[in-house]
Design a protein around this ligand. Structure first.
Ligand code: C5P
Length: 227
């Protein structure tokens, strides 16, 4: 059977990874969460004091990038791959609000992007991959057979993210989450290198008022047309 490359981009917390995981499972594709990779580099920068609320030691981080080794390991129980930084499982840590508040700053650095994009392109060398992020359809796989661009109102997105963090026991406020979602969109959309934008040939899906099942069915129809 024919296998394709599926690129999913869009704003923060639009449910890209939820849909991508379902697609990967149904079609037996590899799923790569590129946001996790930027989050992992951010955690590394935070651990080394290269980034904080009011500072970014860009050059120091760049000079240590060679010490950043990223890998995904599939967790059978969870049914998806978890992010490892230098062989340590960091899946939980990278989802914190603290990392979310620093990641877009780190993601503006071209050297960071260059390293991660190269790794992403390697992972997608063979088709049968679904990758989500901000620049997948525009930079990483400009020739992807199917490109999706997900949007939803900021309020809906913040509500989803808030619920996720509360459910796992984090002490966060809705106000902070909403601010973070909007702030990341702003930084991601206005950065010089690979800004978040809808690829010309991407199909936009606004899921503000759409359930997961409805979105999934719609996307499967789009995929099946390409096979
Ligand atoms: O997808 P997620 O929300 O986990 O991504 C976290 C951040 O990583 C984004 O807000 C963005 O700053 C950065 N990112 C990026 N390019 C990607 C994926 C994520 O710049 N392909």
């Amino acid at each position: 059977i024919k296998k394709i490359t599926i690129a999913i981009d869009g704003f923060s917390s639009t449910g890209k990874s939820t849909i991508a995981k379902l697609i990967a499972k149904k079609y037996n594709y590899i799923y790569v969460d590129t946001g996790a990779m930027y989050r992992a580099v951010t955690l590394f920068a935070k651990q080394n004091n290269f980034v904080g609320k009011d500072f970014l030691e860009k050059d120091k981080l760049i000079s240590k990038l060679k010490n950043v080794s990223l890998s995904f390991k599939f967790n059978e129980e969870l049914g998806f791959a978890e992010m490892f930084l230098n062989d340590k499982n960091i899946e939980r840590e990278i989802r914190s609000l603290e990392v979310s508040q620093l990641v877009s700053k780190v993601a503006t650095i071209s050297e960071v992007r260059k390293k991660l994009v190269a790794e992403q392109q390697n992972m997608g060398e063979n088709s049968g991959i679904v990758m989500d992020g901000r620049d997948i359809g525009t930079v990483v796989f400009p020739n992807a057979e199917l490109k999706l661009f997900m949007t939803a109102s900021a309020d809906k997105r913040a509500t989803r993210r808030y619920k996720e963090l509360i459910d796992r026991g984090d002490n966060v406020s809705f106000k902070d989450i909403l601010f973070n979602v909007e702030e990341r969109d702003r930084i991601d959309s206005t950065r010089k290198d690979s800004p978040l934008l809808k690829a010309e040939d991407a199909i936009e899906i606004d899921n503000s008022d759409m359930g997961i099942k409805e979105q999934f069915e719609r996307i499967c129809t789009l995929i099946d047309r390409k096979l």
